[in-house]
Design a protein around this ligand. Structure first.
Ligand code: HEM
Length: 247
């Protein structure tokens, strides 16, 4: 069997996930730069968070994709690397939000009143740290293969739900406001939706597919076909809505 820890095998395993991360990172950066007209740590923090959320979504989608469509078998083995890159970005996002943007997010805003989005974000981070530290062969041998898989599978699902609660509770009001009246006048393109809203829709579809897939293969396939059509449609309608508000 080939050694999994040689530089060649590591670069083979991390290459495609890093490409995906890079493409998402650059796309979201350009989008937010043109939407707002500037780029700083506040903006890049949104990108760490958004890319991490998308990568976690991909980790959760690759399992059902592999079970339902044979072409996806070749990609399922990238889940671990995608998860690790997402974890690193999520931790950077948590640390930056807590300590490096005091003018936007003062520490007192987290620890003063009961701040549910923060609590969900923090608990999600704790879950992710726990999963990260057992994501190796040594831990798998210690815990036992079956239990280890169960912990990994449920850990990532629970962390994803916690991240959704973190984002949806925090952003729901501003998303509804955007659909009603568009973005703030300070934006270069207030008619464009925020990146968080686009990521939020993607997360909602991940949850939808995972829920429907649990009822069996046929509903799972239908959920995929529906989502492949409905998610782009939601994005198109969202952009049309923004255009209509400002026309
Ligand atoms: C201690 C942990 C965490 C803290 C303190 C934290 C803090 C924040 C803050 C302050 C925002 C608002 C950012 C803004 O509006 O510019 C935010 C948004 C967000 N967070 Fe977290 N977060 C944490 C953990 C996480 C984790 C683990 C994820 C996983 C991916 C995550 C994903 C997101 C996403 C997707 C957004 C929306 C960004 C946007 O609107 O563009 N957060 N978080």
């Amino acid at each position: 069997m080939e050694n999994q820890n040689t530089p060649a095998s590591i670069s083979r395993q991390y290459g495609p996930p890093l490409w995906v991360t890079g493409i998402l990172f650059i796309s979201l950066s350009l989008y937010l730069f043109f939407r707002r007209g500037y780029f700083d740590l506040y903006i890049s923090n949104k990108i760490y968070a958004g890319v991490a959320a998308i990568l976690f979504g991909m980790v959760l989608l690759l399992g059902p994709l592999g079970r339902l469509f044979s072409f996806a078998d070749n990609y399922v083995h990238y889940r671990k690397e995608l998860g690790i890159i997402a974890f690193i970005l999520a931790v950077i996002h948590g640390v930056v939000s807590l300590f490096f943007l005091p003018a936007r997010f003062p520490l007192s805003s987290y620890i003063g009143a009961l701040n549910w989005p923060f609590i969900f974000g923090l608990v999600a981070t704790v879950f992710l740290i726990a999963i990260f530290f057992i994501s190796n062969e040594k831990a798998m041998l210690m815990i036992g293969g079956k239990t280890w898989w169960r912990i990994q599978n449920w850990g990532i699902r629970i962390a994803f739900i916690l991240v959704m609660l973190h984002v949806f509770i925090m952003k729901w009001g501003s998303w509804i406001k955007w659909y009603r009246a568009g973005g703030s006048a300070e934006l270069v393109h207030p008619e464009w939706p925020g990146a968080g809203l686009l990521v939020g829709w993607f997360m909602a579809f991940v949850l939808f597919i995972r829920l429907i897939e649990s009822f069996g293969k046929t509903p799972g396939r239908l959920a995929w076909y529906f989502s492949a059509f409905a998610l782009p449609l939601v994005y198109i309608l969202t952009f049309i809505r923004g255009g209509l508000i400002f026309s």
